[in-house]
Ligand binder design. Sequence first.
Ligand SMILES: Cc1ncc(COP(=O)(O)O)c(C=O)c1O
Length: 362
Amino acid sequence: MLYLDRNENLFGAAPECLRILRTADAATLGTYSRDFLRGVKSTLSETLAQQLEIPERRILLSYGSEDMLKQTVHCCLSAGDRMLIPQYSWWYYQSVASECGGVTVEYPLERMQQPAPAFLYNAEEIIGAVRNTAPKLLLIASPNNPTGNALSLDGLKKILDKCASTRVVIDEAYFGFNDELFESLPQLTRQFPHLAVLRTFSKLYALAGMRIGYACVGEQYEKLTAYSARYLGYNTLSEQLALAALRSKEYYNEIGKTIANERERFYSFFDATDPCIAYRSVANFILVKIPTEHMAPLSEHLRRAEIAVKFYSEGGLASHIRITIGTPSQNSLLLQALSDFRYRFAAHAATANHQSKLYNLQ
Ligand SMILES: Cc1ncc(COP(=O)(O)O)c(C=O)c1O
């Protein structure tokens, strides 16, 4: 089965990560880290701090960004507090807010058709939503799962300026698949004490199974800093893999570029396949709207081809699928399977055209 349904990075981790895994010794597995003797959490937090140019104490480590998100929400949200989240977003945000009695309120995402189909964050709308709901936390996923759009740097700065008394959490799990924002967001935490940026080694670095995440936080997150402290240190093997990944910058830059090119192949296919709409993305997945009546047959067709993509069946995303961008050869397999199904889309478009012509004649 080819799994293109969970936004994993199918290129695999850098060769140096695999070498470290193969040569791990008993001491690495059997002992606690002693980095705290140097007054830092770990070599990983120290290295990230140097690379991102923020103080080490403002880097918090976690077991995946799922864990960091849970810690952040549990630490900052109390029963009855509101958390603003994007209209279409990762289901986990609601679930984690409800764990501590919090209430999620959605702010809208715009759908554009020109110059190309895309979802958009509207900074003014978000600022308005903050004023209207007075949330404890404003969560922005950039890029957002499943819509694939990112918030512009200007938009984010405007929000941070205007919403200075609200904690703003950016889930940047899918950083690195576009150039624009790669290095810059964590540094904003120096300027904006109410900002936290959450990142993970699961996506760009293809280390999802190792569960490595971190947050870069501004000064207002003192309580979270204490809450997330790990007396016995961080997972040492995960840390070594993460450090190897950070040293393999070229390897991952290449993956980022390849995924950007591969997204274009899918856009070309769907743009030429009326009435499907492929929304532009800066992540390693794309969201595609397909006619509702084709959902079940397409699902069956792909199941027979042994390819899994994510089918949405509820709310505003019913009749959308999300495709994880795999390696070029994996993408070719999916594009071939989609081409084999294309005649059904074509038949649908022909019927729709015919009906609209009849309507115009009436
Ligand atoms: C938007 C978003 N944030 C965070 C995560 C969690 O990633 P992890 O816990 O593997 O770091 C995911 C996982 O798919 C995600 O889609």
